[in-house]
Write a protein of this length. Structure first.
Length: 191
C-alpha cells in the first residue's frame, strides 16, 4: 500500500472550494477522503454528526485542545464557535493509504504546513476580487455587511498565496476540478 498524503485546499469564501472538493472525491482516481472538521457550533437542519462535522460541546472541544488532539483549530470571532481538524482523523486516513483533504482557512493551513512540510497545498480563487464579489452577490444569501467582511477577509487571505505550492483559478468549475486532480496526480508515485 502506498503512503497517504495530506492535501490542503484553501481560498476565500465564494471560490468554490466545497463544490470542487465534492467533485474531486467522486471524479479523481486517487484514494481521496475528506477530513471532517470538528466544531462547537450547533448542527444545522439535515447536518449529521461525523458526516458534515464532528459536533462537540465547548467543554469537549477545550478538553481536546488541551490534549493536543487538533492539528489546527481556531475560534471564529463574531460567533464564538470553534473549528478544528482532529489529528486522529488525519493520521488514521494516512495510515490506510488515503489522501486526506483538509478544506481549511489560511491560518489553519499555515499551521499544518509547519507540522507537515511535505503537504500538497492548493490555493483556490476565482481570479479577481471583482469576480469574487460577483459570486458572493450572486448567492443571494449574504447581507451587504457580510459581503464587505468576506471581501476584506479574502484580501487578507490572498496575501498567503505565496506560501502554497499551487494556485488554481476557478474560472470554470469543470476546468478547476480537472486542474486540481492533475496537480494531485503529479504526486502519485504509483502512476
Amino acid at each position: 500500500m502506498s503512503a497517504g498524503k495530506i492535501v490542503i485546499i484553501s481560498g476565500p469564501a465564494g471560490a468554490g472550494k466545497s463544490t470542487i472538493v465534492r467533485r474531486l472525491l467522486t471524479e479523481c482516481s486517487l484514494p481521496l477522503v475528506l477530513s471532517v472538521s470538528a466544531t462547537t457550533r450547533k448542527p444545522r437542519p439535515a447536518e449529521m454528526d461525523g458526516v458534515d462535522y464532528h459536533f462537540l460541546t465547548p467543554d469537549e472541544f477545550q478538553r481536546r485542545r488541551e490534549a493536543d488532539d487538533f492539528l489546527e483549530c481556531k475560534e471564529v470571532f463574531g460567533r464564538g464557535d470553534w473549528y478544528g481538524t482532529l489529528r486522529s482523523a488525519v493520521t488514521s486516513g494516512l495510515s490506510c493509504g488515503k489522501w486526506v483533504i483538509l478544506e481549511i482557512d489560511v491560518q489553519g493551513a499555515v499551521s499544518v504546513m509547519a507540522q507537515y512540510p511535505e503537504v500538497i497545498s492548493i490555493f483556490l480563487h476565482p481570479g479577481s476580487m471583482e469576480e469574487l464579489e460577483r459570486r458572493l452577490r450572486g448567492r443571494g444569501t449574504e447581507s451587504e455587511d457580510s459581503i464587505r467582511r468576506r471581501l476584506e477577509v479574502a484580501r487578507y487571505e490572498l496575501t498567503f498565496l505565496p506560501q502554497y505550492r499551487h494556485e488554481v483559478i476557478n474560472a470554470t468549475l469543470d476546468q478547476a476540478v480537472c486542474d486540481v486532480c492533475e496537480i494531485l496526480k503529479r504526486y502519485d508515485a504509483s502512476s
